[in-house]
Design a protein around this ligand. Structure first.
Ligand code: PRP
Ligand code: ZN
Length: 284
């Protein structure tokens, strides 16, 4: 039994998805991107598809699971289930207009023409807001359509915002936020579900480690309790005696986002020889 995973063949999610699969120990036999590739050492095969086709492929069972942007999943409105939110490839779907226009509120969009590749999400939003506008569906280069007179506004993916800036547009309404999702067919057989559980277990292990760092430091016994209080860790920190009198080595796990705050306090408590190490995997 093999679990088939659909992955975007190129574009926004491709690199990070392949990186994640690699980190979960899924090695692909064939580095050349053929349509279907079997993994070594793990009962998984990867099917490369256009992102637009992934939600339907999962819903109809052409593939068991898929990794796809939430934007694409919501737009296609197919009957599949979110197995896990993957947290990468974050972006927003926003309305943008030429930057020199005075904008007060969403009523500006009444009777305007808006170009987008996401007509379903856009029309739902406009209906909610009681706006009547004309939706012009195009598949690529949405951002140039106002400058060539094809539309007065766009509704598209914004990530860094660089595309908007270089096209003299400004983001005026964020309609939804998106990230990569692992989606699954609703009727997976038990054996495939078990492989999926194992895959999610591996993804969790990889991703938990992303946000954590391993910390080692030397401290004087007199400051030990204060230092331990600063380092909650997963469990209580490991403390070992050093050869020189009254000193010990403390090892724990800290959250990356608290890094600078913690380091400053540790130094104030006289910690020495502080080492911060990346964690490759972590099983909680
Ligand atoms: C999207 C979108 C913009 C760009 C925005 O295209 O259409 O062109 O990303 O990103 P930025 O805010 O970082 O500049 P994408 O690369 O997903 O490819 P697409 O042309 O297939 O939509
Ligand atoms: Zn696309």
């Amino acid at each position: 039994m093999t679990l088939r995973i659909a992955v975007q063949s190129k574009g926004r999610l491709f690199e990070e998805t392949m990186e994640l699969l690699k980190e979960t120990g899924i090695k692909l036999n064939n580095t050349k991107r053929t349509l279907l590739v079997r993994a070594n050492d793990f009962p998984v095969e990867v099917l490369f598809l256009r992102d637009d086709d992934i939600p339907q492929a999962v819903a109809t069972g052409v593939t068991d699971v898929g990794i796809v942007g939430e934007n694409e999943f919501v737009e296609k409105n197919e009957d599949a289930e979110v197995a896990k939110r993957l947290g990468f490839s974050k972006c927003r779907l926003s309305l943008a207009i030429p930057k020199d226009i005075d904008y007060k509120d969403v009523s500006w969009f009444n009777d305007k023409k808006i170009a987008t590749s996401y007509p379903h999400i856009l029309s739902t939003f406009l209906k909610d807001q009681n706006i009547t506008a004309e939706i012009h569906e195009i598949t690529g280069s949405v951002e140039i359509s106002p400058s060539i007179g094809l539309s007065e506004a766009i509704f598209d993916i914004v990530s860094s915002g660089a595309t908007l800036v270089s096209n003299r547009l400004k983001e005026v309404e964020v309609v939804m936020r998106s990230e990569a999702l692992l989606i699954k067919n609703k009727n997976l057989e038990a054996e495939k579900s078990a492989i999926l559980d194992d895959l999610i277990f591996r993804i969790d292990a990889v991703q938990t480690a992303y946000k954590k760092k391993y910390i080692m430091l030397n401290a004087h016994e007199s400051k030990l309790q204060d230092i331990i209080d600063l380092l909650p860790g997963m469990n209580s920190p490991t403390v070992t005696q050093l050869a020189s009198n009254g000193w010990c080595s403390v090892q724990s796990v800290i959250e990356e986002k608290r890094f600078w705050e913690i380091i400053t306090k540790l130094k104030a408590l006289g910690a020495e020889g502080i080492l911060i190490l990346p964690i490759e995997k972590m099983i909680l």
